[in-house]
Design a protein around this ligand. Structure first.
Ligand code: UD1
Ligand code: UDP
Length: 373
């Protein structure tokens, strides 16, 4: 039976960016509970185990003070069907045991998809954080995951007007609201702490504004050997002129080590780093080159020029503003954009005010109050 004095949320996370996003909501829940306002919010974390290396998972729990997950499903890596299927089976069991009022899912990973499917089949309402994003490229696994998640969600928390319009175009209007992006909340939290928590520039012997920061992990780049070779060769060429720091996602590391015989003499390959270190690196970089969704926005908020190593982006406003250039895996475009980037004069506010997490909790509490009327 529902306890009217508490709102019970099960949060489903599994991949690096989801830990960073979920940390903001866990902090907002803790603040709500400290305020003593009824009902109390009980959050139960399910970690699917999609990401499991210390540097891809545990480090974020330590740094961002994320509560210990009550369940770790230890699903690990595998083909999409197997990975998602295993998650689905165990999430279902867990939701049956916990009987939450809401299931909270984030973004567009396989953990998001499994959470959405499991909850929908059990008739548990879903709240989707980062709803309405579209690349209009169904070859991306993320696009399929987000389309399904949005279709099944009861509450859709959007970061921008564009994401709302994407949903309207698909006939999804009920339960949709713009709250901004929880990644802005996350960045605000990190920026306040970064100088006390990161000495990575010293460790790597880097001077601000004198290096490039790159990341590559998307399936469309790492899974296509032509694109991957071009991107790596281009980063290598750039690194002959100025340092290029490349924290390697494990997927990328494995491909570099086992599949491709590439000479990258001056690229500075490092292990993935924690959130404070990556923000320190981003803040002081002359420019970012990335296929990461999260890092395109962080670059924008930090006013660091960004070259996106993809053919399209969900974060179209960053491109429209002139702070982000889509260069795909085109060597000429990447080098030209890196050498000749002109910083725009204007920097409009995008994706919220850093209080998205609070708005999401308020919205869930309001929905709960309506339900209990
Ligand atoms: C996933 C998400 C992607 C997101 C990214 C964030 C899907 C379909 N994709 O991609 O949207 O941008 O996370 O980083 O959900 N691996 C390890 N250790 C780990 C984790 C992964 O070695 O802790 C290796 C494994 O070889 C694995 C590969 O990385 O097969 C890919 O991991 P997976 O979680 O399947 O996809 P990501 O590329 O990380
Ligand atoms: N990130 C990190 N350490 C790294 C690389 C990235 O903490 O070595 C952070 C990054 O700043 C951003 C998030 O991870 O906040 C993005 O995750 P990722 O690029 O893996 O996924 P995407 O955003 O593309 O889904």
């Amino acid at each position: 039976m529902t306890d009217r004095n508490q709102l019970k949320i099960v949060t489903i996370i599994g991949a690096r960016p989801q830990f960073i996003k979920a940390a903001t909501i866990s902090r907002a829940i803790a603040a709500h509970n400290r305020s003593g306002t009824s009902p109390a919010v009980v959050e139960i974390l399910i970690h699917t185990g999609q990401h499991y290396d210390d540097g891809m998972s545990a480090i974020f729990f330590r740094e961002l003070e994320i509560p210990e997950p009550k369940y770790n499903l230890n699903v690990g890596s595998g083909p999409h069907g197997q990975q998602t299927g295993q998650m689905l089976a165990t999430i279902e069991e867990t939701l049956l045991a916990e009987q939450p009022d809401w299931v909270l899912i984030y973004g567009d990973t396989n953990s998001t998809l499994a959470g959405a499917l499991a909850a929908a089949k059990l008739h548990i309402p879903i709240a989707h954080v980062e709803a309405g994003l579209r690349s209009f490229n169904r070859r991306m696994p993320e696009e399929i995951n987000r389309i399904v998640a949005d279709r099944l969600a009861t509450l859709l928390f959007c970061p921008s007007q564009t994401s709302v319009e994407n949903l309207i175009a698909e006939g999804i209007v009920k339960g949709v609201s713009i709250v901004g992006d929880v990644m802005a909340d996350a960045l605000e939290f990190a920026v306040a702490k970064v100088s006390d928590n990161s000495d990575i520039l010293n460790r790597l012997g880097l001077q601000p504004q004198s290096y490039l920061l790159a990341t590559v992990h998307r399936a469309e780049n790492t899974g296509d050997s032509q694109r991957f070779r071009t991107i790596m060769a281009t980063l290598s060429e750039l690194s002959e002129r100025e340092p290029v720091i490349l924290p390697l996602h494990p997927r990328t590391k494995k491909i570099l080590e086992h599949t491709l015989n590439l000479e990258l003499p001056s690229l500075r390959l490092i292990d993935p780093v924690g959130y404070f270190d990556i923000i320190a690196l981003e803040k002081s970089a002359r420019l970012l080159l990335t296929d990461s969704g999260g890092m395109q926005k962080e670059a924008y908020w930090l006013k660091v020029p960004c070259i996106t190593l993809r053919d399209e982006t969900e974060w179209v406003e960053t491109v429209e503003s002139g702070w982000n250039i889509l260069a795909g895996a085109n060597q000429k475009k990447i080098i030209n954009a890196t050498q000749n980037f002109t910083q725009p004069m204007a920097h409009p506010d995008l994706y919220g005010d850093g209080h998205a997490a609070e708005k999401i909790i308020i919205s869930l509490l309001e929905e709960n109050a309506l339900k209990n009327e």
